[in-house]
Design a protein around this ligand. Structure first.
Ligand code: ZN
Length: 222
């Protein structure tokens, strides 16, 4: 499984011929390594919520350009459809659905939004189950998610102010029972945590923390 950090909460995953994107905020993102026009192939684009730094507008364009399915909370998926996206998959918290041959779960995120409720996603890739937490504070039901879905790799925000910080994200790993993590939602703006060092220290030596650079791909396996 090849993972590319698009900066902030944006992730591109290429696995077994499928390309999926999560929160592809590219226009106006100071650290985005690519532009919307650079994305020629995508099978599904997941959007956790409608804040501008999570790429709703870009997702609409990418889905129109590639035919990818737009995946989000029901109300936001309806909006994408009304703006001309052909393939949309709207759901709600707790539901399971399938896109591009992959099962996934809509999970809750403790955050705010204008349209619909903010989400995270648990996606069952062919060889790995991943969790993208979206923008969220820590919540004890993360333990339930870990118990139910046997997550291999988590993408967790560590930037604080708008989401969990390093201390909370390290505790979230314990609740989820996850040993592999990619920290996200930091370093983009001066107000966010700039360095994953504190997170790595609190998480401890048993945790594999993959510190990615925007645009540099990494192979991560189970
Ligand atoms: Zn947000």
């Amino acid at each position: 499984m090849k993972i590319t950090w698009l900066g902030h909460a944006g992730i591109m995953i290429e696995d077994e011929g499928k390309t999926i994107l999560i929160d592809p905020w590219l226009n106006g993102n100071p650290v985005a390594p690519i532009k919307v026009e650079d994305i020629k192939k995508a099978d599904a684009v997941f959007v956790t919520h409608d804040h501008g730094d999570h790429g709703y507008a870009e997702a609409v364009v990418i889905c129109k350009n590639t035919g990818a399915t737009f995946v989000s909370i029901f109300e936001l998926a309806n909006k994408a459809q009304s703006e001309g996206v052909k393939n949309v998959l709207g759901g709600n918290i707790g539901g399971t659905a399938e896109v591009a041959g992959m099962k996934f779960v809509f999970t809750v995120a403790l955050h705010s939004s204008t349209i619909g409720h903010p989400l995270g996603f648990i996606i069952m890739l062919p060889n790995m189950t991943i969790y993208h937490a979206g923008d969220t504070g820590i919540f004890t039901d993360m333990k339930l998610l870990g118990d139910l879905y046997d997550i291999d790799l988590a993408f967790l925000p560590i930037g604080s102010l708008f989401t969990m910080g390093p201390k909370e994200a390290a505790k979230a790993l314990q609740l989820l029972g996850v040993q592999k993590v990619v920290p996200i939602h930091y370093k983009t703006f001066p107000v966010l945590v700039q360095d994953p060092k504190e997170f790595i220290e609190i998480a401890g030596p048993m945790i594999d923390v993959y510190v990615l650079e925007p645009g540099v791909s990494k192979e991560i396996g189970r």
